[in-house]
Design a protein around this ligand. Structure first.
Ligand code: UD2
Length: 449
């Protein structure tokens, strides 16, 4: 869907395949959409009946943020059909949260359901993994009225904001598109949250805001702003805006998470990264070479000031990133922070060559490569200091580099065409060990609308 198209403000309830009522697009002359809206109204009324606990501002005022254990907590996830969003929703559902997700499919795969509505195959698979339901709405954050409608229909307790366009090269060619989409999207979201008295926000930021590191490992106090690309500047500007908002209005309760380099996939192999635009990130590129879709990898730069001359990054498993969001949400429920920032990484720097060799070893593949000069804008090395997240969120990364490669490869081999493949996948063999992974087939028409 194009960014400018008006989204269908129709709510799609995704159900796990096993529970899916067959061909029930209409019942008794009332469309399922209407039934669903009724359901949502009812659940809104019901959830408002339950009581809240009072949390306190640092200055002693009371403020309702903490929810009692028996009360469902609904999280609104923007960009929910994307790579990070979909994995995060798995962790949210598993942690017992209710999820309302939106996406405009600017950088995620959609498909047409049997009833003609667009749906997100990634989220169908999320429900298969978790056995839990979520609500999905195709919606663009630039359409503030559509956004308002969703908040009217469903009481939202917290928001995780992933939705953004993020191709670095494209952002340099079309800065206005990036500023309008990422900045305006965030502003609309904040406005609608405020109108509805929802002030809990987890914002998806990036280590890109640090620019070229002045020291390593990089902690949250490192200066920000010397960003070399437009995409990164949109993250930086939104961070600055959120800081200002949190200073001016004490109701806000915001955590910004600065991710390092997310890789890997859910261990089931049924969800993973499926970019709809040409990509340049290292791990997907290595996997494409390994599977034979690309002839060879180009290693950009072998003269960096690093252990083997190639660039060093902090790769973090996507499921660790997902659990970091759950930890952040729990923190917002327990405490009124106004605004806090945490790095999410492993703390370990890994060179391009080391990642390549580990990938080959784990997957039993050969990845051909050539070396070229440095890529413009790249830095020697960046890796995180994550002690703050460990101390204050109780979060620490769990997956190692081998697992990141193994899980990415499983997703890649089970889904050679990503979500666009309608095939039933039966073989998730890893490293020639005869280890078969549970199947995660989709038939392209999962769920009801
Ligand atoms: C400047 C830039 O683009 N930054 C984005 C990019 O960070 P990075 O540039 O850190 O991620 P990346 O995966 O593009 O590159 C990682 C490392 O691999 C090297 N490399 C990469 C691709 C390739 O074909 N050959 C090769 O040698 C690259 O020079 C770097 O040393 O991606 C991140 C998400 O993961 C964030 O979105 C960053 O904002």
């Amino acid at each position: 869907m194009r960014m400018s198209e008006r989204p269908e403000a129709r709510i799609q309830r995704h159900l796990p395949t096993a529970d899916r009522p067959a061909a029930s697009a209409r019942s008794g002359g009332i469309s399922v959409t209407c039934v669903r809206l009724l359901f949502i109204f009812l659940s809104v009324s019901l959830s408002r009946v339950a009581g809240k606990e009072q949390a306190k501002f640092p200055d002693g005022d009371n403020f309702d943020t903490k929810l009692s254990a028996d009360m469902a907590h609904t999280v609104f996830v923007t960009g929910g059909a994307g790579y990070i969003g979909s994995h995060c929703i798995v962790s949210l559902l598993e942690a017992g949260y209710e999820v309302v997700a939106i996406d405009n499919f600017a950088n995620s795969v959609s498909e047409r359901g049997a009833d003609g509505l667009s749906r997100a195959p990634a989220l169908d698979r999320v429900q298969q993994i978790t056995g839990k339901e979520l609500t999905f709405v195709q919606c663009d954050l630039l359409d503030i009225d559509a956004l308002r409608n969703i908040f009217k229909l469903k009481k939202i307790d917290s928001v995780i904001h992933f939705a953004a366009i993020k191709a670095v090269g494209e952002s340099m060619e079309q800065p206005f598109l990036y500023y309008r989409n990422n900045m305006m999207g965030a502003i609309n979201l904040l406005e609608v949250m405020k109108e509805n008295g929802c002030y809990n926000l987890v914002f998806s930021s990036s280590c890109t805001v640090y620019g070229s590191p002045e020291f390593l490992p990089i902690n949250e106090d490192h200066p920000t702003g010397k960003v070399t690309n437009v995409y990164g500047r949109t993250k930086y500007f939104i961070e600055e805006m959120l800081k200002d908002v949190a200073v001016a209005e004490k109701q806000w309760n915001i955590i910004m998470l600065r991710y390092f380099n997310p890789v890997g996939a859910h261990p089931s192999g049924s969800i993973g990264e499926d970019p709809t635009k040409p990509f340049t990130n290292l791990m997907p590129y290595i996997a494409q070479v390994a599977i034979g879709s690309k002839p060879k990898l180009t290693i950009f730069g072998t003269d960096y000031n690093t252990e083997d001359g190639t660039g060093v990054r902090d790769y973090i498993h996507i499921m660790d990133l997902a659990s970091g969001h759950v930890a952040a949400l729990k923190k917002l429920q327990e405490e009124h922070l106004r605004m806090k920032i945490y790095n999410l990484g492993t703390g370990e720097g890994v060179s391009v060559l080391r990642l390549l060799k580990t990938f080959e070893k784990v997957t039993g593949t050969k990845v051909s490569y050539e070396t070229l000069e440095r890529r413009v804008g790249d830095i020697d090395a960046i890796y995180a200091k994550c002690e703050l997240a460990e101390k204050e969120l109780g979060w620490k990364s769990q997956y190692n580099l081998e697992q990141m490669c193994e899980d990415f490869w499983r997703w890649q081999t089970m889904n050679p065409d990503g979500y666009r493949s309608n095939k039933t996948i039966t073989n998730g063999k890893i490293n020639g060990e005869g280890k078969h992974i549970a199947t995660a087939a989709t038939n392209g028409t999962n769920g009801v609308h």
